[in-house]
Design a protein around this ligand. Structure first.
Ligand code: ZN
Length: 299
């Protein structure tokens, strides 16, 4: 979608204004994207690909993930309306293109790009062969287990608890406001993207979410990488538990089917995982890809 088309088609369905400090943050919703505040000048942007998280404060701007160059441009246009400042930190939750390809655009406005070291490694080895990979931009600052920074009145913390959705997933916590960006650790009520070649670990995924469920309190607000509708792209610990339980049920189901002597071909004909009949598929073959990953992992 080019910008002209967007401007033409931009219809404000619901507009709310929130006073924050000495500026306004507009809550905009139209038929193309959602740019919405959740708490204390922290919010999310949904367009194409993984959800972008943002913090717009007078003393600092933080952006989590970058989608694609074209949708990152629309995002940056929104950002400009709220603040004239540079992005202090652009953070990547993991290497997938729909979370990092927009780095190419946002790098012009960012002082620093931060990610887990495995995110950068996988971005180099796995994001190849697509037009979007020609001018890849990586984080210039990496970390292993965790990373933190004080920025004005907010404290930022990122964690990497080991392989899960990929080998280099981070979750990002705005500590004082208690808002957490979960990256793709949560596909809210939809079958997740799992590819073992991205160093994904379903067992690791369950552990990762257990860590998060134990660590964060019930006041925390969570932003998720993907959902079926923009309304479901944020939530609470119930949603983390649901995702955790789905991955565990998937592993248990495939384990049992194998034990019962079913062939891989038979198992791949499964139409749903028991108790998860209402999971939605955002793309064709989503459940089969999940089962395939479980079959490889359980070998
Ligand atoms: Zn992903």
């Amino acid at each position: 979608m080019n910008r002209k088309n967007f401007l033409k088609s931009s219809i404000l369905i619901g507009t709310g204004l929130f006073f924050q400090g000495n500026r306004f943050i507009s809550l905009m919703k139209d038929n193309k994207f959602t740019f919405q505040e959740l708490r204390n000048g922290i919010g999310f942007y949904v367009n194409k690909g993984g959800t972008i998280g943002w913090m717009i404060h007078n003393d600092g701007i933080v952006v989590i993930d970058s989608q694609f160059p074209d949708t990152a441009e629309i995002f940056e246009d929104q950002l400009k309306k709220e603040s004239s400042g540079k992005i202090n930190i652009l953070f990547n939750t993991h290497h997938h293109r729909d979370h990092t390809a927009g780095n190419t655009y946002l790098v012009k406005f960012a002082k620093e790009i931060v990610a887990n070291k495995n995110c950068v490694r996988l971005q180099k080895t796995r994001n190849v062969g697509n037009d979007l990979d020609k001018n890849k931009v990586y984080a210039n600052k990496t970390f292993d287990k965790d990373w933190s920074l004080n920025l004005g009145k907010e404290r930022l913390f990122a964690y990497h608890f080991g392989p899960a959705h990929t080998g280099g997933d981070s979750i990002f916590h705005f500590v004082n406001s208690n808002v957490v960006h979960m990256g793709d650790l949560v596909f809210n009520r939809i079958y997740p993207w799992v590819n073992k070649e991205d160093e994904a670990s379903l067992k690791g995924w369950v552990d990762y979410l257990d860590n998060a469920i134990n660590y964060f309190d019930n006041d925390a607000v969570f932003i998720f990488g993907h959902s079926y509708t923009p309304e479901k792209v944020h939530g609470n610990k119930t949603d983390l538990k649901f995702m955790r339980n789905y991955i565990e049920a998937l592993l248990n189901y495939v384990t049992k089917e194998k034990k019962d002597g079913k062939t891989e071909e038979q198992i791949l004909k499964t139409e749903y995982i028991p108790k998860f009949e209402n999971m939605k598929a955002l793309w064709k073959g989503a459940l089969q890809a999940n089962i395939k990953a479980a079959l490889i992992e359980l070998k």
